[in-house]
Design a protein around this ligand. Structure first.
Ligand code: URA
Length: 448
């Protein structure tokens, strides 16, 4: 019997499991414009309300992945690696981590996205380096990864056609916050991008998509299982976004912090995330057999300048002006610099990270709508982090912007920080590492 989209919507409305053929029919029809937005919206909402079984989520990922081109990285010599973060505030990890692991022999072939709302995007950060191009032909991309060990480019228009249409539709139909839809959206893109090993950084907390650690774990597990099922080495770390990562939020400010980190002078939490994620990626790629040895090698490639050198070669290969990398003082600075001081003494016990991400976006560092133009100089530099002791009147953070700053900013920004009498313990940003064994059909969770 011929399939019908109305029957498929009806079936999901009553929470019955869709078959592989039905899911394939929907995704194929929607990608080719044969099924309209209004029917896909109804089906998305039925999925959002009723969830999906594991089989349905796997089949959806499969259908989405095959809705466009699958990138062939077989001409790259060595183990290819990719990483993906679910997005956060001050997340410049790819800029430092990729050169670190490339310096030790992994081949990083990465496609990244732009920032939207309170989260930043790797492409916007890279484009704040004068001359840097995120557009390479697939031949040039492969040549560059072979010659210098890494490349980061924009997502090709031809991969995962279904996700581009579905994500835009989910955004305007209240159907973004669905674990099976998020998992299939992320994994279909990552699988179509072709790398052998994928490290997922699933963030939770006040500045992340997933507000609780439990929901982050649920998303991480299904994504790791999907990736393993499709024959890739996929692992996920659960990391805290209960404070911005590092001290810098905003494009040029974050590029400068990533450079400092590659020179061994980065903030403690961000450096720890790069070392921990780097060690995991090197183990995934079988470059090292032991985590401690991998961490030591990563520290050595920072100390020797090798990781920084890879970053310079990467910037140069993609047209960026390396004189800015050698001398970050050359980067333009914002017109206004406004210091915010603490209104109270004590210990910082909580930070509304999303509010800081939104503040940074309003300063010009991010986009409210896709079409908005970013000011690369805008953003925030934190002077204090979670757990720090502060004195009334001491510097809390500095705002950078081309816009006039509202006189009430000191009070409103202080409201994003909870300051108490008692100190708190702040652990490593990487809290768990999740792997899945296909043979044993079980997860292993390593806790920090
Ligand atoms: N990022 C994605 O790529 N897809 C989602 O659905 C959510 C976050």
């Amino acid at each position: 019997m011929a399939l019908s989209i109305i029957d498929i919507i009806e079936k999901k409305k009553f929470n019955k499991e869709l078959t592989k053929q039905e899911i394939q029919f929907w995704i194929d029809g929607y990608s080719k414009g044969k099924i309209p937005d209004y029917q896909s919206s109804a089906l998305l909402m039925a999925i959002r309300l009723n969830g999906m079984t594991k089989n349905e989520t796997f089949n959806l990922t499969d259908a989405m992945m095959h809705s466009g081109e699958i990138i062939d990285l077989s001409k790259i010599k060595g183990v290819t690696a990719d990483k993906h973060s679910t997005g956060g505030v001050g997340d410049k990890t790819s800029l430092s981590l990729c050169p670190m692991v490339a310096a030790l022999g992994l081949k990083v072939a990465k496609m990244s996205g732009r920032g939207l709302g309170f989260t930043g995007g790797t492409l916007d950060k890279l484009e704040s380096i004068p001359g840097f191009s995120i557009n390479l032909t697939s031949d040039a991309f492969i040549r560059q990864v072979n010659s210098i060990g890494m490349s980061i480019i924009g997502q090709s228009e031809s991969i995962d056609i279904a996700d581009k249409k579905l994500y835009a539709l989910r955004d305007v139909t209240g159907t973004v916050d669905s674990i099976p839809l998020i998992a299939s959206s992320i994994m279909s893109k990552k699988l179509a991008s072709g790398a052998d090993c994928i490290l997922l950084d699933v963030k939770y907390g006040s500045g992340a998509f997933m507000s609780t650690k439990e929901s982050a774990e649920e998303l991480a597990k299904i994504m790791v299982e999907i990736g393993t099922y499709f024959g890739k080495n996929v692992q996920a770390e659960i990391t805290s976004m209960n404070q911005p990562l590092g001290l810098a939020i905003g494009n040029i400010l974050e590029v400068i912090e990533a450079i400092e980190t590659l020179k061994g002078k980065g903030p403690k939490d961000f450096t720890e995330l790069c070392l921990s994620s780097g060690a995991t990626m090197l183990l995934q790629g079988n470059i090292f057999k032991n985590r401690e040895a991998a961490r030591t090698a990563l520290k050595e490639c920072i100390a020797s300048g090798e990781a920084f050198n890879v970053f310079k070669k990467f910037v140069e290969a993609q047209g960026g002006d390396v004189s800015y990398i050698d001398n970050p003082k050359k980067f333009p600075t914002a017109l206004y610099k406004h210091e915010i001081h603490c209104l109270k003494s004590g210990y910082i016990t909580s930070i509304n990270t999303m509010a800081l991400g939104i503040e940074s976006m309003h300063l010009g560092a991010g986009r409210e709508k896709k079409e908005d133009i970013i000011d690369p100089t805008a953003g925030i530099i934190l002077n204090k982090k979670l757990g720090d002791k502060v004195e009334k009147g001491s510097l809390l953070l500095t705002l950078y912007t081309e816009k006039e700053i509202d006189k009430t900013a000191t009070q409103s920004i202080n409201n994003y920080f909870e300051i108490s009498d008692k100190p708190i313990h702040v652990g490593s940003p990487v809290e768990e590492l999740i792997t899945y064994s296909k043979e044993k059909k079980e997860f292993t969770i390593l806790s920090e």
